[in-house]
Design a protein around this ligand. Structure first.
Ligand code: ADP
Ligand code: GLC
Length: 486
């Protein structure tokens, strides 16, 4: 097995900086890939938390003027992750969320911030660090989208390039007049380059130039080639369908392990699920819900955004109450949704509990104590919370889109016997269809042995990175071999 060197490029990474599943994926994949002979180094921006977390920081490069200020490239590690860090204080030395100001608006110089990240990636790709010359540059989401463009636009030897779409809704669009500031040649501003409806799109650039495109589930790979799911890029993705594939995400099963989880009240396993009842009671007590073992407790752990469809769950509060169910929601995001859920919790204390914020320990307790987890997304490239739910025995109730459709098997379609069904799926993504799924779940809940078998099926589903990482390894080897034969 020949060793392949991969430079991953990304704007967030668990456990250092995380706003969503992207960070989880790029924090876990390099470790899983080692068994496949893939050596990964990940280039991330030098936000204050990253600089703090970097162990044995070694200065590898110093550039006096890099996108408007001095920059250094540092090499180091954090836990088992090998990192390159772009330390450019004028771009990244800002506290809090990596993308937005404390008032929640995009930093006005986000174009420069992530063009710089991508440019440094391209430099490393072309040999700037002789001790690590990658065979593959793997760009994640729009923040890294210019990296394949920089590489393909210079005619120097370069690594193979892979662009992964974690979410097509975020495309990184900036005005045409920024072209020179981004260090892009005038001729790159064309339909076959970085141009997108009169502006520059970083994601489009990556999709246009990369040797291979992946996304995070097979169903999302099909959806993004349609006009509706393509969000303006469907035509380009259809044109490039020969090099586009979907590889499902996994989760880090050492972070999400109910047998050793320090954040839950009682440990349990697929063969010994009974202590889940202790977690349910702990969750109810902590959130002020009635301590009823018989009410089906529905959990939600999510960003509160249009994508996640939580407005249609809010419309179903009457169903939740009428069916005698409870709801525990943890999330933050759109002000309207936050207020809507807070009002529901106030009006129905004991039955509906809402925590606005980001709280990893509580997320673990919800997965361990809720009977079911609702994910009613309008679109979902993969989704990780339903994978955590499967592993923790919270039966997922999900819309039939993207990775949700690929990872949850409906109890009605498959039946609960035979080890196949793992949850409830519904479509279209409407309040009515969700209402139907909630009612079906509550009916099955009354039949505890049937519910238990759904739970057990879910808990014995493989949601780890093991086999999924091997698919990335095969893709890397294939694209490297393809370039050698050119
Ligand atoms: P997305 O990346 O679209 O937000 P995913 O399901 O892929 O959705 O990943 C979300 C990740 O963020 C999961 O690890 C989930 O547990 C975590 N998460 C989301 N919201 C919260 C929250 N409010 N508190 C703690 N963890 C959260
Ligand atoms: C994005 C998607 C989510 C996916 C995650 C990791 O944030 O919204 O579905 O699981 O990326 O790939």
């Amino acid at each position: 097995m020949t060793q392949v060197r991969v430079l991953a490029v990304v704007s967030e990474i668990y456990p250092i900086v995380k706003t969503g599943g992207l960070a989880d994926v790029v924090g876990a994949l390099p470790i899983a890939l080692r068994a496949d002979g893939i050596e990964t180094r990940t280039l991330v921006p030098g936000y204050p938390d990253v600089i703090k977390a970097l162990v044995v920081a070694e200065e590898l490069l110093h550039v006096p003027d890099f996108f408007g200020g001095p920059a250094r490239l540092l090499g180091g590690s954090h836990g088992s992750l090998d990192l390159f860090v772009l330390d450019a204080p004028h771009l990244y030395a800002r506290p809090g969320n990596p993308y937005v100001t404390p008032d929640g608006i995009d930093w006005p110089d986000n174009g420069m911030r992530f063009a710089a990240l991508s440019k440094m990636a391209a430099e490393i790709g072309q040999g700037a660090i002789p001790s690590f010359v990658p065979d593959v540059l793997h760009a994640h989401d729009w923040q890294a989208g210019l990296a394949p463009a920089y590489l393909h636009l210079t005619h120097r030897p370069r690594p193979a390039t892979v662009m992964t779409v974690h979410n097509l809704a975020y495309q990184g669009r900036f005005p045409h007049h920024m072209l020179a500031a981004f260090g892009l040649p005038p001729e790159s501003f064309s339909i076959h380059g970085v141009e997108y409806y009169g502006a520059i799109s970083f994601l489009k650039a990556g999709l246009q130039f990369a040797d291979r495109i992946t996304t995070v589930s097979p169903t999302y790979a099909r959806e993004i080639q349609t006009d509706e799911g393509g969000m303006g890029l469907g035509g380009l993705l259809r044109e490039r369908s020969q090099v586009l594939s979907g590889i499902l995400n996994g989760i880090d099963i050492s972070v999400w392990d109910p047998e050793i989880d320090p954040d839950i009240a009682a440990r349990f396993s697929a063969t010994e699920p009974a202590p889940r009842a202790v977690n349910k009671l702990a969750l109810q007590r902590r959130l002020g819900l009635d301590p009823s073992p018989n009410a089906l407790l529905l959990g939600v752990v999510s960003r509160l955004s249009w994508q996640k469809g939580l407005d249609i769950l809010l419309e179903n509060v009457p169903t939740i109450l009428g069916e005698g169910m409870q709801l525990a929601l943890l999330g933050s995001g759109d002000a309207d949704l936050q207020q809507g859920y807070q009002a529901a919790a106030k009006a129905h204390a004991g039955r509906i509990a809402v925590v606005i914020g980001y709280d990893e320990a509580l997320a673990h307790l919800i997965q361990a104590g809720a009977d079911a987890l609702a994910v009613p997304s309008r679109f979902e490239p993969c989704g990780l919370t339903q994978l955590c739910a499967l592993r923790y025995g919270a039966v997922p109730i999900v819309s039939q889109v993207g990775g949700l459709a690929d990872t949850v098997m409906d109890a009605g379609e498959a039946g609960t016997a035979g080890g196949v069904a793992t949850g409830f799926t519904f479509g279209p993504v409407t309040a009515e269809a969700l209402d139907g799924a909630l009612r079906r779940a509550n009916i099955l809940w009354q039949d505890r042995p049937a519910w238990r078998s759904l739970q057990t099926n879910g808990m014995s589903t493989d949601v780890s990175w093991r086999n999924r990482a091997s698919r990335y390894a095969a893709l890397y080897r294939d694209v490297v071999a393809g370039r050698r034969n050119q």
